[in-house]
Design a protein around this ligand. Structure first.
Ligand SMILES: [Mg+2]
Length: 316
């Protein structure tokens, strides 16, 4: 195959982005666009038929997929950052990573153009494991509709989550991102104690460990960079709002979580300690552009209220 640089068509210089300082997000085509019908065609009839279909429909824009609203809102954040400082280089930088061949990729590029999406690079790679390119492109978050991809990225130490095809609303700005706590922002150490010793054991563990920050979870690196962007703005005019929605109870297990965020210097605008209650209703109220959780029941609850959801698998 061709070297990646020849396949990744870049325009970041023209957009004033610097991949070394930018918050680089890689999304796969099935995460950003709705391609289920086409994907089924690929599975049933093979690559040739799929490519033929995509070429025949290359001027027909694809419908938005689960991660579309998030990417669009990231673009809004870039606009706001540049309005306040035209020289700023710490911007979102969106890269589309695809297993499509360049021939079938024309429809993807045309769809991005149709919606006015600022994608700095389109990478059409034929490798089985395309996640090998994430680190070299400085990717801080990878969103894919393929579980193997997501697990490979997590193993490579890149924040990653799986998106499912779902009906999504188009939330208004600012960009709102909701994180779960344990096994997402934080490590799963307390979850493990809970599994082994039950709630009482977990509560005792948290009390004993109160002065020690919780370990880092798979999405910490992405959250920290997002937090750095968030800090450029005051409470009133921020184009980014971040949330923690955790099953922890505030009374018994909230303090260590709050202390950990403080220790990390991670700004969270609002925190909800749900004490095991369903997250759907609060998510419906927040209307985030993306919600990260490791619990499939929480992902289901979010999907039921039309909230774009990304699953962070704790076992790959
Ligand atoms: Mg969790």
């Amino acid at each position: 195959m061709l070297p990646l640089d020849r396949l990744c068509r870049g325009a970041e210089a023209a957009l004033g982005k610097d991949p070394s300082t930018a918050l680089v997000i890689a999304v796969t085509t099935r995460a950003i666009f709705s391609l289920e019908e086409e994907h089924n065609l690929y599975l049933e009839k093979g690559k040739e038929e799929y490519t033929r279909h995509q070429q025949a429909n290359q001027d027909k824009p694809l419908s938005p997929g689960t991660a579309f609203a998030f990417i669009q809102a990231a673009q809004y954040v870039n606009k706001k950052i540049l309005e306040s400082n035209p020289d700023e280089r710490d911007l979102f930088d969106i890269l589309v990573l695809s297993n499509n061949s360049p021939e079938s990729g024309v429809r993807i590029i045309n769809s991005a153009k149709h919606y006015g999406l600022e994608i700095s690079k389109f990478c059409f790679v034929s490798d089985e494991d395309s996640t090998q390119y994430l680190k070299s492109h400085g990717v801080k978050l990878f969103l894919s509709a393929d579980r193997t991809d997501v697990c490979n990225a997590l193993r490579r130490g890149v924040s990653a989550a799986l998106v499912f095809q779902q009906e999504v609303q188009a939330p208004s700005t600012p960009l709102r991102v909701v994180f779960d706590g344990d096994a997402v922002l934080f490590s799963d150490e307390t979850d493990q104690i809970f599994q082994e010793q039950g709630l009482e054991g977990a509560v005792q563990y948290e009390r004993a460990m109160e002065a020690i920050p919780i370990g880092e979870g798979p999405l910490k690196a992405f959250a920290m960079h997002l937090g750095k962007m968030r800090k450029k703005f005051g409470q009133e005019n921020s184009p980014i709002r971040t949330y923690l929605v955790t099953a922890r109870s505030g009374r018994d297990m909230g303090i260590r979580a709050i202390k950990t965020l403080r220790e990390w210097g991670l700004p969270i605008d609002e925190a909800f300690f749900m004490d095991g209650a369903p997250k759907g209703p609060i998510l419906a109220q927040i209307q985030p552009h993306i919600f990260f959780d490791d619990g499939l029941h929480n992902i289901q609850g979010a999907q039921n209220v039309g909230v774009p959801s990304a699953w962070v698998p704790s076992c790959c």
